[in-house]
Design a protein around this ligand. Structure first.
Ligand code: A3P
Length: 336
């Protein structure tokens, strides 16, 4: 450990105790670096991973074959994953749950991460070949993998390419959100030196699934090349124009809202159900634990656009902006 205190809780995806001999050999040949707390990260094909996460990603590539109509939600860590999971679940299952007084909506009793499991952080973290047939089809999965990494698995599938929805967010807000998340996740109060070390790691791109600009670019390019199957969304746009974005999402998923649904306030109901205020106040999300052993409340905080202004100095913000602008140059993808 470098500048921070020993974490009281270390999630499995950060550990190195679930790695095959073959992957250990691979890891020994990879470029390595340390995260801001001193844990080893390894760079495999342009992306940084902890050992257990890399093992799971390799297993996803070798064994995951999506079925017809399965949907994959991809996201920047702290980019709006929880919100996207709840929105997509609510949109897809609206007929079954939204207007049905006989049922309790699953989002009221379960954390969105338990309704939409992570491929590599949950399903392939405990088994090389999890039994996915037990899930109803179509299934919604999620991932933080870059699109090229994900495609290594999906291109081997015999069914037509599944739809991928990606959500990202301005990197300065993502960084600040990540800082608060890590404090809550590790159940510790980290100091200013740790904050600066984490900031430096973000700037160098050395974070789990980083560099984040590479992840964004992979989905940005994918969405331009294959509009039918890759949707690029931004957290800020969902905040700014929620109705438009949820309708866009439903259209992309081939389940557009009918005129009657729109007139009956279906989109508004979904937004209210999935709002940060509603979800974060539910008992399950206040005091529960997700299936992967993470406290449910760590996924909810302020949800404010521009919160970075409360945490970063103007010099830090400029350093970040310069790096991101340089990396995204020429791609057509820009951030405020
Ligand atoms: P802040 O830390 O800025 O508040 P992820 O879901 O990818 O882990 O991202 C977490 C961020 O999304 C946190 O941002 C969290 O508060 C916000 N968030 C979680 N659920 C949300 C929701 N239903 N609506 C809007 N924002 C949400």
């Amino acid at each position: 450990m470098e500048a921070s205190q020993e974490p009281q809780h270390l999630p499995n995806y950060m550990k190195d105790d679930n790695v095959s001999q073959e992957t250990k050999k691979l890891i020994s040949s990879l470029p390595s670096d340390k995260d801001f707390m001193g844990y080893n990260l390894y760079n495999y094909k342009g992306c940084w991973y902890y050992p257990n996460t890399l093992q799971a990603v390799l297993d996803v590539q070798d064994h995951f074959r999506p079925r017809e109509n399965d949907i994959i939600l991809a996201s920047l860590p702290k980019g709006g994953t929880t919100w996207l999971k709840s929105l997509v679940f609510a949109v897809l299952h609206r007929e079954k749950y939204l207007e049905n007084p006989q049922t309790t909506h699953p989002l009221l009793s379960q954390n969105p991460h338990d309704l939409v499991p992570f491929l590599e952080i949950e399903l392939y973290a405990s088994s090389q070949t999890p039994d996915l047939t037990k899930f109803p089809s179509p299934m919604i999965f999620s991932t933080h993998m870059h699109l090229n990494t994900l495609r290594e698995a999906t291109k081997k599938s015999s069914s037509s390419p599944c739809k991928v929805v990606y959500v990202c967010r301005g990197l300065k807000d993502t960084f600040v959100s990540g800082w608060h998340y890590k404090n809550k996740l590790h159940r510790t109060e980290m100091d200013q030196a740790s904050f600066e070390l984490l900031f430096d790691s973000y700037c160098r791109g050395v974070t789990l699934y980083g560099p984040y600009w590479e992840q964004m670019l992979s989905y940005w390019k994918g969405s331009l090349e294959d509009k039918e199957n890759v949707l690029f969304m931004r957290y800020e746009e969902i905040v700014e124009e929620p109705l438009i974005q949820v309708k866009r999402l439903a259209g992309f998923l081939n389940c557009p809202f009918t005129k009657e649904e729109e007139e009956g306030g279906s989109v508004e109901k979904i937004l209210k159900l999935c709002s940060l205020r509603n979800l974060s106040n539910l008992e399950t999300n206040k005091n529960g634990t997700t299936r992967i052993g993470i406290d449910s409340n760590v996924f909810f905080r302020k949800g404010e656009v521009g919160d970075w202004k409360n945490h970063l100095t103007p010099q830090m913000a400029k350093r970040f902006d310069d790096i991101v602008e340089g990396r995204l140059q020429g791609s057509g993808l820009t951030f405020q």
